[in-house]
Design a protein around this ligand. Structure first.
Ligand code: C2E
Ligand code: CA
Ligand code: CA
Length: 251
């Protein structure tokens, strides 16, 4: 952990961090509609560091805005290449940490990147986990509303993992609900309650005018299963693992 913390500063400076992209498919056409940016760090001695470890190290040491501003900028720089391959309506999902969202210069930093890269907010889906949305304070809520006014789209990430308070759904205009992959894992157990719950989440999202993404589709059986569900998009290792931008040409 201390090696991660120590190495992070120079990793950012020396360009050791990479973004990988995992594509997202429309269910009824199987068309690629977007991708999610996922952080990667091949540490010189520790090997691949899980992104959540990098994020928590950055949060702990006050470097989260430096790190996520780098991520945001890199994703905006990579976007035109993806649009060229997949079309003008292609969107990019960027994960944002709660600690970053609460920083006073968050909006200004993002605006500066948009100006520099000529990216437009409508091309970007901001992914926030349920835990971040549940615990937002007034300042973060204002930030989200300002971003909304700028034209960003929002997704709730890992929906269904551990939070029973749904009141935040009323506080924010959210566009996309990503059902956590744990809901797909248990399809083989033929647990009727699990299926009922998944269907209820999809209905809840649709009634609130959200599009639904099924996360973590790993097997043909899971793909068959989500085809029967009313979800709109899917994402998972079966159809595409997160890849380096160079490997996008292979599609
Ligand atoms: P997440 O946002 O839920 O991202 C999806 C994670 O599930 C990714 O793990 C992805 O590689 C993995 N995944 C995708 N499809 C499948 C599948 O079919 N099966 C399984 N088992 N896993 C699948 P990854 O890249 O290790 O990232 C883990 C988490 O780290 C992310 O979860 C996200 O919360 C966080 N993270 C990654 N990059 C960033 C970032 O740039 N900023 C922030 N704040 N968090 C990030
Ligand atoms: Ca995500
Ligand atoms: Ca997720």
């Amino acid at each position: 952990r201390s090696m991660i913390i120590q190495g992070l500063e120079s990793a950012i400076e020396q360009n050791q961090l990479k973004l990988f992209y995992q594509t997202l498919f429309k269910k009824h056409s199987n068309k690629t509609v977007g991708a999610e940016a996922l952080l990667r760090w091949q540490h010189p001695t520790l090997g691949n560091i899980p992104p959540l470890d990098i994020i928590s190290a950055a949060e702990e040491t006050g470097r989260i805005s430096v790190l996520e501003n780098w991520i945001f900028r890199q994703a905006c720089l990579d976007l035109p290449k993806m649009k060229k391959l997949f079309g003008e309506t292609f969107t990019i999902g960027i994960n944002i940490s709660g600690a970053h969202l609460s920083q006073a210069n968050f909006i200004d930093d993002i605006k500066a990147v948009l100006t520099e890269t000529h990216c437009q907010p409508k091309d970007i889906v901001i992914e926030l986990t349920e835990s971040v949305l549940v615990s937002t304070i007034k300042q973060q809520q204002d930030t989200l509303h300002t971003m909304r006014d700028l034209g960003f789209t929002f997704a709730i990430d890992d929906f269904g993992t551990g939070y029973s308070s749904l009141s935040y759904l009323q506080r924010f205009p959210l566009d996309i609900l990503k059902i956590d992959r744990s809901f797909l894992k248990q399809i083989h157990s033929a647990d009727p309650q699990q299926a009922t719950l998944t269907k209820a989440i999809i209905a809840l999202g649709h009634n609130l005018d959200m599009k639904i993404v099924a996360e973590g589709v790993e097997t043909p059986a899971q793909l068959d299963y989500i085809r029967e569900l009313a979800c709109d998009y899917y994402q998972g290792y079966l159809c595409s693992e997160p890849v380096n931008i160079q490997n996008f040409n292979a599609y």
